[in-house]
Design a protein around this ligand. Structure first.
Ligand SMILES: Nc1ncnc2c1ncn2[C@@H]1O[C@H](COP(=O)(O)OP(=O)(O)OP(=O)(O)O)[C@@H](O)[C@H]1O
Length: 607
């Protein structure tokens, strides 16, 4: 096919007052005999069609009259008028009487010549980007919807490079990409966020890929990352932080998911998960402090991960091959604190049947981790300070000093400054210990890490029990995200250990969680085991057993989806169609309901 030569495109002068602005680009596909050509139409004006030398669109075929028909174009409207031709003008097989409006795709027949009108589909007006506040408000609503109805939701972040970025290009690409349910906006000068309901954020997902490609093409230097509700967060701020964090960690052209951007530090046999920006910075600081010989004071609430941090100091220091000796000062019997730390001579006190090295001596060449250092009695604090300053100790009952070569890391859940003010902790020891202090934030201030840690602990616990990984229902993740975690990471780990042991099905539902977690209230005494996940007992003989409605619905969904999959011989698109579910929701729910996705273990087949 070729375009008609320019001479064939002359048009009558534009009608008075007519303007070519605003018209959608249009052309006629001219099918004459064996040949086909394109004839570009003006936005407005008149186009004479015929065999006449004066015709704007000149046709050669004898079946066409000299002045056969006229097109009248005005703005986006196109009409055709037959000029009393011999063979007449037909539109889609119907003879034209008077001025007949045409729309894109109409076939006009003049004798044996066919013309097809094509107007480029008018682009929908570009959707406006939202202001930051409205965008976050909208995200809040989308999160509620996603959690309530178990629908997928992805937050896509784009971080512009510091130089050479064209915000306008990104904005235009983003606006053009937005579907009717989606929204986007700048959260600050360099950070654009797109909300993608019904997108599950799976790597390789087509619709996510399209958005990512369009944005990356608009700004090749940009970094892109995405986070998924609820597995990366159950509120707007956490999801945005997770998506942004993922984008910041990503390389240009290599978009990353929040799940993949969380760092798993391997410290010997320990694996420490770090995702929250404050924790990332904290561990970076620990890495810088580690090679020095400075004592480090780790403070934070109980169960927050202080021992792991202390171990990281040891692991990244020159002492890594030496011992890491932990002593919990709160657990030392009062009369034995000194001998435990510094050792004792034979007969130094009743029961000291033989001489014994203390903790400092047994940690030679390594690191001593003094947990709950705030619990040390004042008398021991003085001796401890001397040991720290002189790097020598004296065993209880001895006079001779022994050199020690240890690095000291201490931890406390107390506010040591307040302890100093109250006269319970020596100020000089506090200054000595606290030269390098790292403060671990409580888990409730690291919402990004709650779902990741929960997933990690649950998988680990299931594996230890030799069972398939449990799926976490969205309600469960939302409930975990709302809880305040007074026992911090340890409480979360205990809870997941228990869930792995106690939950019978393959989904951990919110109602399996203990009441204190569901109600958001800390229990008065930390319970090692949450309550049993059990259906309520029948009220009267013969009355049905009740279970939470949400679970009943989920059960029904699971059953119907499994039946549909069976009927469709495992073809997901067919199965989704059978029960009238959008395919994206179907695949999302398959994972959510534990119908499939994880690599089967021990040779088990996909359900
Ligand atoms: N970021 C993390 N990733 C993986 N596991 C963690 C993380 N933080 C803490 N844990 C786990 O949580 C549990 C409690 O952590 P840890 O013992 O370090 O806390 P702690 O602050 O020293 O507690 P305490 O105040 O009772 O001394 C441990 O099993 C630890 O391995």
């Amino acid at each position: 096919m070729s375009d008609l030569p320019p001479s064939a495109r002359a048009t009558r002068p534009l009608a008075p007052g007519a303007s070519s602005s605003g018209a959608a680009p249009a052309y006629l596909l001219v099918l004459e005999g064996e040949s086909s050509a394109r004839f570009a139409l003006p936005g407005s004006g008149v186009v004479l069609i015929g065999r006449d030398a004066e015709a704007d669109l000149r046709l050669r075929d004898d079946s066409v009259s000299r002045r056969h028909a006229r097109l009248v174009l005005n703005g986006g409207e196109v009409r055709i008028v037959d000029l009393g031709s011999h063979n007449g003008t037909l539109v889609n097989g119907q003879r034209v009487e008077g001025a007949r409006p045409l729309v894109s795709g109409d076939v006009v027949t003049l004798g044996t010549v066919a013309l097809v009108l094509r107007t480029a589909a008018r682009l929908p007006p570009a959707r406006r980007l939202l202001e930051a506040e409205s965008l976050l408000e909208r995200l809040g609503l989308e999160v509620q919807r996603a959690l309530r109805y178990g629908r997928p939701l992805t937050v896509l972040s784009l971080v512009l490079p510091s130089q050479g970025a064209r915000r306008d290009d990104v904005e235009a690409a983003c606006a053009a990409e937005l579907g009717s349910a989606e929204a986007a906006g700048w959260l600050d000068a360099n950070h654009l966020v797109m909300l993608l309901p019904e997108v599950s954020g799976e790597p390789g997902e087509e619709s996510l890929g399209e958005h990512v490609e369009a944005l990356a093409a608009a700004c090749p230097g940009a970094r892109l990352g995405w986070a998924v509700c609820p597995s990366d967060g159950c509120d707007a701020d956490t999801l945005v932080a997770a998506a942004r964090g993922a984008a910041q960690d990503a390389l240009p052209g290599q978009p990353a998911s929040a799940a993949s951007s969380a760092t798993r530090l391997t410290l010997g046999e320990r694996t420490v998960l770090v995702a929250d920006p404050a924790m990332v910075q904290l561990y970076a600081l620990v890495r810088r402090l580690a090679p020095s010989e400075l004592p480090v004071l780790v403070s934070g609430e109980t169960g927050v991960g202080k021992e792991n941090t202390a171990f990281a100091v040891h692991h990244w220091s020159r002492r890594a091959s030496g011992p890491f000796v932990t002593v919990n000062c709160a657990a030392l019997p009062e009369g034995l604190v000194e001998s435990e730390l510094f050792g004792h001579d034979k007969g130094a006190f009743t029961g000291a049947a033989s001489a014994k090295a203390g903790i400092f001596e047994s940690a030679q060449g390594g690191t001593v981790f003094l947990d709950e250092v705030g619990e040390l009695p004042l008398a021991v604090q003085a001796r401890f300070l001397r040991a720290l300053e002189s790097r020598r100790i004296t065993r209880v009952g001895e006079v001779r000093e022994r050199p020690i070569d240890v690095r000291l890391v201490a931890a406390t859940h107390r506010d040591l400054e307040a302890e100093v003010a109250a006269g319970r902790f020596r100020q000089d020891l506090y200054f000595r210990l606290g030269a390098a202090t790292v403060l671990l934030p409580p888990l409730r201030e690291r919402p990004r890490e709650v779902p990741l840690l929960a997933r990690t602990f649950l998988d680990r616990a299931c594996e230890a029990l030799g069972r398939e990984p449990l799926v976490m229902a969205p309600d469960t993740l939302a409930t975990l995200a709302r809880y305040t975690w007074p026992g911090n990471v340890r409480e979360l780990r205990n809870l997941m250990d228990y869930a792995a042991a106690a939950v019978m099905g393959n989904v951990l539902e919110a109602h399996h969680l203990p009441e204190r977690v569901r109600g958001g209230e800390p229990s008065p005494s930390p319970a090692p085991h949450p309550e049993l996940p059990r259906p309520a007992a029948p009220l009267l003989p013969g009355t049905p057993t009740f279970q939470p409605l949400a679970e009943e619905i989920r059960e029904l969904e699971r059953r119907r989806m499994r039946e549909a999959l069976e009927a469709a011989e495992g073809v997901q698109t067919r199965a989704a169609a059978l029960i009238g579910m959008p395919i994206r929701t179907f695949t999302f729910k398959m994972r959510q309901l534990g119908l499939q996705t994880r690599a089967p273990r021990r040779g088990s087949s996909t359900p």
